[in-house]
Design a protein around this ligand. Sequence first.
Ligand SMILES: NC(=O)c1ccc[n+]([C@@H]2O[C@H](COP(=O)([O-])OP(=O)(O)OC[C@H]3O[C@@H](n4cnc5c(N)ncnc54)[C@H](O)[C@@H]3O)[C@@H](O)[C@H]2O)c1
Ligand SMILES: C[N+](C)(C)CCCC=O
Length: 500
Amino acid sequence: MAQFVAPSHLSDGLYFFHGKRQTIASEHTFKVYEPHTGQVVAHCPIADKHSTDKIIEAAHNAQPKWAELTPLERGKILNKVADIIRENQEALAQWEVRTNGKPITEARMDIASSADTFQFFAGVAPAALKGDYFDLPGPAYDRFAYTRREPLGVVGCIGAWNYPFQTCVWKVAPALAAGNAVVYKPSPFAPGSPVLLGEVLSAAGIPDDVYNVIQGEADTGNALCTNDFIRKVSFTGSVPTGQKIQEACAKRNIKPVTLELGGKSPFIIFDDTEIDNAVSGAILANFLNQGQVCTNATRVYVHRRIINEFTEALLKELEKLRVGNPFDEKTNVGANINEDHLKKIEGMVERAVEEGAKLLRGGKRIHPEGFENGFYFDPAVLTNLTENMEIVTDEIFGAVMLLLPFDHEDEVVERANKTGFGLASGLYTRDLRRAHRIAAQLQAGTVFINTYNDTEVFVPFGGFKNSGHGRENCVETLHAYSQVKSVYVNTQPNLEHHLG
Ligand SMILES: NC(=O)c1ccc[n+]([C@@H]2O[C@H](COP(=O)([O-])OP(=O)(O)OC[C@H]3O[C@@H](n4cnc5c(N)ncnc54)[C@H](O)[C@@H]3O)[C@@H](O)[C@H]2O)c1
Ligand SMILES: C[N+](C)(C)CCCC=O
């Protein structure tokens, strides 16, 4: 068992199988960028169907031995994974910054919570992966039934780029705890983190081929979804890709899918709110991770009576915002994932302004000193918006806050729910009865009251409506990575009885 040592480079060896980092031969590659410098740091080979199938087959062969361990035995190994992640928190966080461009202070939180995720599933699996017992007619010791919770086999996971390490862990920890093998395909925009996790898992004692990483784009993802050995797919990404994945999985073996998709969350601020608290909440709901957060609440509804006061306090607070070098402890906003994404955000802001929106700050690419080629965007605040503008209806996935006035509770709830998405929502008020009344009406998988973007590994996370189905981060997740078998028992077989 090799000890985990954080690598000095990730320019090759971006695959993980047979228990170690590997590379493969391929005619096609994609470029890997370092967002904070804008430099190309690797050319990663793309896995075609043949390479994908081979790695999945090895996972299929390795899985039964892993499944033979009891959940407690697997849990002991997963607890070691948590320990190794904690021991290497700083090195892993530094890699997360290089991979994604986020501020180091946020990357440290992602890594710490990933350790908690392994510890949580290691601890709950022995109690959660249990069966039931049922009496049947006759003496209880003659006829009874029981259920067993069994792993699915090999689980295919496909990840997004905004939380590369954490997204991977949210899938891999419960899948492994439930006795499955995993084949993970990261986003080509952030391919390194799952490979580092592979080295951590091996150092903790996960058997070879139980955890694997393949690389590629849509075709590789599709090859994973349509492989017969894959018994479930867990996906994090956009709604259109989620639709394609659900369709591919339905056509090939009716694979169950967990879909963690996009959002367009509302954030409602009532006029009884402490303005400074609401300002902090709105900043957290919009500019965390450069705004590239699925739960982000770009639609900030502010009661008309306080909107001027709120806007003034917000703009004053944002004067302190530091955008730039993500390794600097004082930086609040780092680099966006890539140039295309940055242009997409800029384009949405430009079109909104053309449609009549007023830009109160930011909204443009900037070139911080020393990092001129990195993908930096000055967070935007827009007002003078209408509900049917593209920027108000579509997911931006960038640091753009939209200020929308409202007058009445019923009106704002209706406007908040007027979206196909349903991932998250938030509200700020001192009136707790109103807070819970609205929480019950908001059509979203998570509601934040006087807070935003909290995540705990034991609290379910997932979407309503087009934001997906299935949950991560809770005991029930183990059920999504296992299946129930019912066993009927007759301890007194009596053939005569059955023939009448
Ligand atoms: N709900 C959540 O937990 C959550 C978390 C993070 C991001 N997201 C969402 O993810 C989106 C941003 O991420 P993205 O740009 O990486 O999303 P994306 O849908 O473009 O890509 C996600 C992944 O799917 C792969 N892929 C693309 N086409 C595929 C296909 N046809 N078959 C199989 N795989 C395919 C990509 O290579 C990538 O690994 C946003 O919409 C965001 O809200 C959701
Ligand atoms: C940890 N957060 C901030 C809730 C992000 C969850 C993953 C969504 O992008």
